[in-house]
Design a protein around this ligand. Structure first.
Ligand SMILES: Cc1ncc(COP(=O)(O)O)c(C=O)c1O
Length: 393
């Protein structure tokens, strides 16, 4: 038998991490790595943040699981806080991003049956989008790598060109239910939707009676310097999914919706065994405690600007390695000249962790608690890796 006990669907780095502390990871040989992956935008508050450790320790000694047929104060509190902090009137908790995203799709489809327009079920997304790996989520992205061999795919998703309103308009038919977008496209290459584009999508939805659906699983939870990326623009969606940094590593996702959009989600229409369990919502509440503390977002904005300046210098110093940088806040990408995979390998040799994205981009997603000194250290390691690549060429 040659197959590994862990199904080999990931090209895993040959590193065994055993411990994390703030922005650092330590492997089984005691080597320290500067972690600008953060679980791919998951550990927003860094590894083993004391507030999270305390909250989970306390909750683990109190109650782990009930069922969604019973209430918990932690779950009610987290839902209420998300409602108070956002456009939403109601929240459903799930265990992952893909599940939270799919809850949004179900919410949208149910809205149109509840409002007697069952012919409207199609959702317009964007080429390069990523919403997870469930059958529905891969059908929405249509990326060959994700869908090949998994057909027949669920029908109902159309793909428009990024930042191209005409291509969105051209896809709207009497079957269209919603327009769905990541305000900052993550896997697709760290592309920030322009304020004008998001505003136009809102207007298009209003004009055609469609719902606007934001996927803030990667770009939400303070990564752009606001709790949610769309807040920079002043446009609100009807439905939004979040996950990743909401639990800082403890699995939790959430689908948020307005009362109007969620009108079809009545008793019995949806459910989850683990979604919103006491451990997950304790983590979520602890994350919100930190993120809503005065000054937290100001620090993210300041660190984002600092990282941007550092990356600009790197790009200027290494034009044979980088064409430019893009992104916002602490969700940024370096656009590479050589294959991003090779550049990332050189980073790793310097014990600097980053993650690739489409369009030959390397994503930098440091924990939001990163300091200027740690950004300086990242710049130093990136610079060293780049020089090494230049010398090897
Ligand atoms: C924008 C976006 N949506 C959905 C997902 C899926 O989340 P999960 O892997 O938790 O299912 C991801 C994960 O990377 C994501 O970045």
């Amino acid at each position: 038998m040659t197959i590994s006990p862990l199904m080999p669907v990931y090209d895993r780095a040959d590193i065994y991490f055993e411990r994390g502390e703030g922005v650092y990871l330590f492997d089984d040989k005691g080597e320290r790595y500067l972690d600008f992956v953060a679980g791919i935008a998951v550990t927003g508050l860094g590894h083993c943040h004391p507030a999270l450790v305390a909250a989970l320790r306390k909750q683990s000694e109190t109650l782990w699981a009930t069922s969604n047929i019973f209430k918990t104060h932690g779950g009610d509190r987290l839902a209420q806080r998300l409602v108070d902090l956002t456009f939403a009137d109601t929240v459903f908790f799930q265990n992952s991003g893909a599940e939270a995203w799919e809850c949004g799709v179900k919410t949208i489809r149910k809205y149109f049956t509840a409002t007697k327009q069952p012919q409207r079920f199609r959702i317009i997304g964007f080429k390069g989008c990523f919403h997870g790996r469930t059958m529905t989520a891969i059908a929405a992205s249509k990326a060959p790598k994700m869908v090949d061999g998994f057909g027949p795919l669920i029908d109902g998703f159309d793909l428009a060109e990024w930042d191209n309103l005409d291509s969105v308009r051209a896809l709207i038919t009497d079957q269209t239910a919603a327009i769905m977008i990541e305000p900052v496209m993550g896997e697709g290459g760290m592309k920030v939707a322009s304020p004008a584009f998001l505003k136009s999508l809102r207007a298009l939805c209003d004009q055609h009676g469609l719902l606007l659906y934001f996927d803030e699983i990667q770009c939400g939870m303070s990564r752009t310097g606001k709790l949610f990326a769309h807040e920079h623009v002043g446009v609100t969606p009807d439905v939004m999914c979040i996950a990743k940094a909401l639990g800082n590593g403890f699995p939790i996702g959430a689908c948020l919706a307005t009362e109007r959009a969620a009108q079809g989600m009545t008793i019995g229409t949806h459910g989850s065994t683990y979604g919103g369990n006491p451990l997950a919502t304790a983590a979520g509440n602890a994350v919100l405690d930190v993120m809503t503390a005065p000054g937290f977002l100001d620090e993210v904005v300041a660190r984002g600007a600092y990282l941007q300046r550092a990356l600009d210098k790197i790009v200027a110093a290494h034009p044979r390695i980088f064409v430019g940088q893009r992104g916002t806040g602490l969700i940024r990408g370096l656009v590479c000249v050589p294959p991003a995979r090779d550049v990332n390998r050189a980073f790793r040799a310097q014990k600097f962790l980053a993650v690739e994205a489409a369009e030959n981009v390397i994503r930098l997603l440091p924990p939001l608690i990163v300091t200027e000194a740690e950004i300086d250290e990242a710049a130093e390691l990136i610079g060293r890796a780049s020089t090494q690549l230049e010398n090897a060429a």
